[in-house]
Design a protein around this ligand. Sequence first.
Ligand code: NAD
Ligand code: MLT
Length: 523
Amino acid sequence: MKVLVSDPLSNEGLEILKEHFTVDISTGLSEDELVKKIKDYDALIIRSGIQVTQKIIEAADKLKVIGRAGVGVDNVDVDAATKKGIIVTNSPEGNMISAAEHTIAMMMSMSRNIPQANTSLKAREWKRNKFMGVEVKGKILGIIGLGRIGSEVAKRASGLEMKLMGYDPFISEKRATELGVKLATVNEIAKAADYITVHTPLIKETRNILDDEQFALMKPSVKIINCARGGIISEEALAKALASGKIGGAALDVFVEEPPFISPLLDFDNVIVTPHLGASTQEAQVNVAIEIANEIVSVLTGGLAKNAINIPSVKPEAMAVLAPYIRLAEMMGKIAGQLVEGNYEKVEIGYNGEISGKDTRPLTVSALKGLLEMALGSAVNYVNAPTLAKSRQIAVVESKSESSEEYASTVSIKLIGGGMTKLIAGTVVGDEPKIVSVDGDKLDIFPAGYMIFAKHINKPNVIGPCCVVLGKNNINISGMQVGRSEIGSTTMMVLNVDSEVPAPILEELRNVPGILSAKLVKI
Ligand code: NAD
Ligand code: MLT
C-alpha cells in the first residue's frame, strides 16, 4: 500500500510508516498537483499546510484514510470524505500540552509586554515605564471550550492562582468543578473576565463566538487570546474593539487567513502574534507523528481507527466487549437486508439487556453497513453507511432497554415500510453471533455460508419434500432448524446449505405445498 505525506512529518512517524508501506513525501503541492497525484495512494497524511478539498477527494480512487498530524480537521472536507467512505482521523493528544503551554506563554507575554519590550530594547531604547505590566494572580480567566487543551489551560491557570470561568455546553458541572472552573454563558464571561481564551473547534456554532455583542460587554482592560483557530473570534469585531480602545489587548496564534499579512490586527501595538506555533515544539511534533503513523498502520491493516472523526471510535478496552456484537449487528443487517421484500423507510435497532449500557454507536453503524451492502455492494463502508442511509431517506432509530428476557443481551433490527415489517433478533454466545428469532419465530442458529429461510405451515409433509427438492438438485444440507410453533400455525425453517441455490430451485421450493416463502441468504 502507498502513503502520501504532504506536509512535513517527524522522522519518528515516517519510520513507523516505512516498516509497512511505500511512503512518498511531497510537500507544498497545489490542489491540481494533489488531484493528479492522489489517485495512487491508500492514505494521505497532512498537517495544516494543505486544504483537502472535495476536488482532491473525488480524484482519490484508492484512498482509505486521511490522517491529520494534529487536531484541527477544518482543512479537510470531511463531508466529501465521508460520502466517499474515506476515514478522516487525527492525533488529538500529541500536541495538547504544547498548545496549552503556548496559551499560557501568550497570556504572560501580553501581561508583561514582553514582545514589545524586547523589540524596544533591541532598538537600543531603555523605557521601563512604557512597559508597565499587570499580574495575572487573582484575575478572572474565561475559557471557552473545556476539552483537552482548555482543560490543560485551566490546570495551569489554577497554578497561577487565577479565578476560572468557563463555557462548554458539552462538559458536566462535575468535570468543571474538578477543574476549578465556574460554568457560565459566553456573555457572562464577556462581562466578568480579565482574560478570555478560546479552545473550541472552528465549527458553525463557534464561528465568531466572540463578536460585536460580546466585545460591547467586556471590561476595557480585558485581554483576548486565540491559540485555537482563526475565526472563532470575529477578527473584524476584535479590530474594531482594539481601534476604539474598548479592550486591553490580544494575543493571537491563529488567523482566518494564514499567513495574515494583510490583517489590520498586525498593526496594533497591544496585539502580540505568533505564526501558528501552538503545536510547534519538538515533543508535540514527535508525538503527533507517532500517533498518526500508528493510526494509519492500524487502519490500513484492517484494525481500528482510534481517533476517527467520521466513524464512532471505541477505546480498546470497550472494544473487547463490543467486537462480537459488532459482528452480530453486521450479520443481522445482512440477513435482514436479504430477507426484506420491498422498500423500507425506517430501521429500528434495539439494544436489550447488558449491551444497552455500552456505547452502541459502532453496532448501529455496522448494522447499517450490513443492511445497505445488500443494495449497494462495496460502495458502502463503516464511514459512509449512516450518510448513505440518510441520503436514501431511511430513518434510523435506536432504542435501549435494560431488560432482556432469555439472554443477557439481544440486538434487534426491524425494517419498516410500505405496510410491511421484518424483524430479526440475535445475541452473542461464546463470542459467536447467533440469530434467536425472525419475525417472532424463535430460532437458534449460528449464521454462516448459505442459508434458506423458508416460512411454512407447521404440518406433516412439508419439510421432507423441501429436502427432496434440494437433494435431487445435488445441494447438500449441512444444518436445519425449525422454529417452535403449534401445529397448523406458521413458522420459520432455516436450512444451511453448502452451495448457492439457483433461482429455479428456490422457485421449486416455494411451490412445495405448505411453503409460504423461501429466501436464500448469503453471509
Ligand atoms: P477538544 O475537542 O478536546 O475540545 C474542544 C472543546 O470545545 C470540547 O470540549 C467541546 O465540547 C467544546 N465545544 C464544542 N462546541 C462548542 C461550543 N459551541 N461552545 C463552546 N465549546 C464548544 O479540542 P482540543 O484538542 O482541546 O483543541 C481545541 C482547539 O485548539 C481546536 O480548534 C484545535 O484545532 C486547536 N489547536 C490549535 C493548535 C495550535 O497550533 N494553535 C494546536 C492544537 C490544537
Ligand atoms: C492542530 O490543530 O493540531 C494545530 O493547529 C497544529 C498544526 O496545525 O499542526
